[in-house]
Design a protein around this ligand. Structure first.
Ligand code: ATP
Ligand code: MG
Length: 252
């Protein structure tokens, strides 16, 4: 489904921030990426979605027609086609606060429709119904008409997920989807992502090993730009210590 193959990236100054990151993701998986701040988690997600230039390495992705397309080499139309199949829930990818909730959800499919129609926000009734269904899936249908800027952080995160669902992607990429949420809301978001992953895999970064243990099917641990763990979400203290570069006694 998704193959991440030996990604390397060096930033100005010569520091290698990705140093051969490799892993693959199959159907039905919910992969949690763990690692310290600055380990390279967000960069890895950005590389998968074709948003960052790499020195070397490849991201291959099973496209709709079953062929494997290389995201890292794709340009223009081919890159846009691959990216349409990835629903991204990224920290930096803000919702438009002055727009209503339903408009933000519909933005998820702007890349799909004819430019003229998208300039006019010309969605069909069927599309509007589908956007409402996506909001219903995240329990936000009653707030469809609200101005997004008036929502709480947890509610906005749900809208971001609804937008990704409405895009009908074949893969979800989420960057710290539960950062800044209280424990109850964090669990609620994970309870939304987990069932999605059964149909289309989810790859998401987290800082909570106790939650990846409960919700994910697999954990990839990144440390200083390298994959140092790839396996069961039931990590031992020494495996956790290895990912975070700390002594075993300090691991959760
Ligand atoms: N364009 C860039 N120029 C210079 N350094 C960069 C650039 N992009 C990323 N980095 C560096 O690469 C490293 C990895 O960044 P990344 O955002 O992937 O970290 P992260 O694992 O997501 O951390 P966090 O948990 O804090 O979000 C960081 O040290 C960051 O400063
Ligand atoms: Mg990050």
């Amino acid at each position: 489904m998704l193959v991440v193959d030996a990604l390397t990236k060096t930033v100005p100054g010569g520091r290698r921030v990705l140093d051969g990151v490799s892993f693959s993701v199959g159907a039905g998986e919910f992969v949690g990426i763990l690692g310290s701040s600055g380990a390279g988690k967000s960069l890895t997600l950005r590389a998968i979605s074709g948003l960052t230039e790499l020195d070397s390495g490849e991201v291959r992705f099973a496209c709709e027609d079953g062929t494997m397309c290389c995201v890292t080499r794709a340009r223009g139309k081919a890159l846009r086609a691959a990216r349409r199949q990835m629903g991204v829930i990224f920290q930096g990818l803000h919702l438009v606060k002055r727009m209503t909730v339903i408009e933000n959800v519909m933005m998820g499919r702007l890349g799909f429709i004819h430019p003229l129609r998208s300039w006019l926000y010309g969605f069909t009734d069927a599309e509007a119904r589908e956007a409402l269904e996506a909001l219903d899936q995240v329990s936000m249908k009653p707030l469809a008409g609200r101005i997004t800027g008036s929502l709480s952080g947890g509610e906005m995160q749900r809208v971001a997920i609804a937008r990704a669902i409405f895009q009908r992607p074949r893969l979800y990429l989420a960057d710290e989807p539960i950062a800044a949420l209280d424990p109850r809301n964090a669990e609620a978001i994970l309870n939304l992502l987990q069932p999605l992953s059964r149909h289309n895999p989810v790859v998401s970064t987290f800082h909570q090993p106790e939650l990846t243990r409960r919700f994910c099917t697999r954990v990839v641990g990144i440390r200083e730009g390298r994959v140092v763990y790839d396996g069961s979400p039931e990590l031992s203290r020494s495996e956790l210590a290895g990912i975070y570069g700390i002594r075993e006694a300090q691991a959760v």
